[in-house]
Ligand binder design. Sequence first.
Ligand code: UD1
Length: 419
Amino acid sequence: MMSRILIEGGTPLAGAVDVHGAKNAVLPILAATVLSEGVHVIHNCPKLKDVSITVEMLRYLGAKVTREDDTLIVDTRGHLGNHIPEKLMRELRSSIVFMGAILARNKRAKISAPGGCELGPRPIDLHIKALRELGASIRESHGYIICNGSQMRGANIHLSFPSVGATENIMLAACLTEGRTVIENVAKEPEILDLQNFLNRMGAKISGAGSSQITIDGVKELYAAEYTVMPDRIVAATYLCGAAASGGRVEIRKVVPEHLSATLSVLRESGCEISSGEDWVSLCAPERLQAVREITTMPYPGFPTDAQSLFLAMLAVADGTSIIKETIFESRFKPAEELVRMGADITVDGRIAIVQGVKKLSGATVSAKDLRGGAALVIAGLCAEGVTEVENPCYIDRGYAHLVEAFEQLGAKIKRVEY
Ligand code: UD1
């Protein structure tokens, strides 16, 4: 069945809303469950498309997975396979972290090159190079990557770029590998710390996540664990941008405000008043948002590439000219074209977007082309005059469990229609 999101813009958002668990933390944590034989209980796993694909991968490997609300119970006892089929791998790029996890458990793995949202080329050279440095032998054959980990041992690894996925893959592979592994220039994203915390709960010996160096002392065995996944900082940013663009006043609950520093500082620069407590952030938008000097996407703690589209939509209605530079992924300005159809004045030149703020956007039929770009179109719809129809919300479902319901709770006139 096809569906669309319909938004009648113009209502400033108001009220409070909870944020669900972080997609980018759940995925590697679910991959990590294969490192032990036992029954894991993972709380705060939102009902997302990307989570259900990951669950399908676990089931394909032979794990038994059941869901009770936002809790996943993962039983990894008994034999688990070495192989994930191409069809599943193509659906989700981050599935590459299963390579390190399966290799650590079975000493062998066979997977195909991963897929996911189309955001330009998504190489995995850093993953392969690092696993080779750990002593894995890796070859490609007929589109599959075939790994043998029988000779693996701790090593010193330097990443030439702080890749999130490569950092996680090495952590997963190294925690059951004899000897000490030291990884330099790792990604510092909070989701890496969440993975470290989960692995340590399983009995791993990992330290340093959140800094640029991680040390892993290999252990012989890991055990099943119970864990609560961290909140999703990009979902939080989505609600905040929606409130800012619509001239609203909201409180976002169940978040870690520190994880939002880079996005909150841009929201402040645009004229929003921000307050925060231990696990909440509130935002009060000005009558008209101000343009910001420049946003450049960077690895954490810099401005997240995943929030870039959201700010593109929000700044489309700010007073003045804003510049956005995308340094992490190519092809991440896809929503710009759709926003222009709604009356935005945005010029994209390679990795730079120049956003000349307009007073009002006008409702139009637009099409989501990737996850965050889709959410950006919903944000645009919230502040546009008239009705906006967002086609292909299936992209949004990859990372938002209830975007429509959350905005509805905040007073937006929004609904999803199936046809
Ligand atoms: C993760 C996030 C994604 C986020 C991204 C950057 C998950 C499930 N996804 O993706 O939402 O946008 O971090 O914060 O956590 N690269 C290479 N070679 C490699 C690996 C990466 O050149 O072997 C490049 C990529 O092409 C990209 C950059 O490094 O330009 C960042 O990629 P990476 O940090 O690995 O992102 P992901 O882990 O794929």
